[in-house]
Design a protein around this ligand. Sequence first.
Ligand code: SAH
Ligand code: SF4
Ligand code: F3S
Length: 450
Amino acid sequence: MAGKLYVKTFGCQMNEYDTDKIRAVLARSHGLAPVDDPEAADVLLLNTCSIREKAQEKVFSLLGRWKGWKAERPGLVIGVGGCVASQEGEALRERAPWVDLVFGPQTLHRLPQMLDAVRLTPQPVIDVSFPEIEKFDCLPEPRADGPTAYVSVMEGCSNACTYCIVPMTRGKAVSRPVADVVAEVTALTVQGVREVTLLGQNVDTYRGRDAQGGIADLGALLAEVARVPGVERLRYLTSHPQAMSRSLIARYAEIPQLVGHLHLPVQSGSDRVLKLMRRGYTAADYLEKVERLRAVRPGLTLSSDFIVGFPGESDADFQATLDLVDAVGFDVSFSFMFSARPGTPAATVPDDVPLEVKKARLAELQARLTASAQAIAHGLVGTTQRVLAERPARHDASELAGRSENNLVVNFPAPRDLLGRFVDVRITEARPHSLRGEPVRPTLRVAAVG
Ligand code: SAH
Ligand code: SF4
Ligand code: F3S
């Protein structure tokens, strides 16, 4: 039976990747067509995130809104997937009994059978198991959507940061074989993809089977992916400082497509807090890795994630974080107030930093990070950046938007036929969330590429 599917996605890039796969799986099995309007859909799905309490609460408030629709629209199916589903399982239906389907990040490929079952019986269907890597073997051929693509190369995380719920929601780290990743990238480049981002919660701990029966690390995987014709730019996300090895750093000298930008979450600049978080490195270790990276790749920019108000964080600890920000000079970064997550070790100790203090620290850190990112953006004015034209600009149809190598959004006037191509853009202005520029001799560039 054909019908319409609405999926709302929360959380990280791995969830975005999974949402694409959910759409593809249900298009293949049930001919469901994706829609942007939930009121027009026959199947409503939420792909959820539980990293912080707020993310989780958003899910329940949206489910509350959908509850009334069930009575008005017979046959409407409501499903919840992703990390909240995985964490809550059966318990999710205690809070939201009108949910028909509960599936985890590793069982989304079973959605067709689950949907059939729920349409046959009024019973809810719940499957949040972790059947290892089965998911990737059951997915349809990847479909490119523009010149950039995400490719998940692993699932889960085997670290044990004391604040984090991910190991519980996604399970232990499991890596896809190199050949699978290469096949997916090849299928995407054939469809015009030029920039690939390899995804994993802790992607620098990747250990996948290679063609010789050995084990490839992330550096080896990047080298293989870089050999795929058409891969002109390579990113990976998210890496853990502890796993940022010498051999991975050395790849920056060997793989020209690897971008000069790295997201390397530090969380805190205080050794005491880092230890309480069980991150496995000190601020000095982090700075040393940054130095080594910049020695191999001069001009490399870094972005990061931070948590303020971790239990026990003192003013001095927070000051150490600010000092680290000054020492590194981060580009656009993310910072969060600590949120106690059920079942994590950090939730068993008193959440003792007062909310007002947490808020003040967050504001101060964000101001410092914004200033740092702005300084980098202003420093780019007058330079020429290689931009991959990804889409029409949001505010002006005569312009295109894309990203520079260091991951900043650049808007520039250019004809639509440059979409999907690399364009050299001279940066003329740094705005708060994007850069503006002018293409450098666009006609010559087209002739050279085309
Ligand atoms: N795997 C990545 C990121 C995981 S989640 C890593 O290890 O760096 C993305 C970010 O959310 C984290 O980097 C952290 O800054 C934040 N985060 C995770 N758990 C949190 C919690 N309980 N409270 C507040 N922020 C949290
Ligand atoms: Fe969570 Fe730590 Fe794993 Fe990142 S490395 S996903 S913060 S447990
Ligand atoms: Fe959120 Fe799960 Fe990603 S908790 S950040 S959606 S791995």
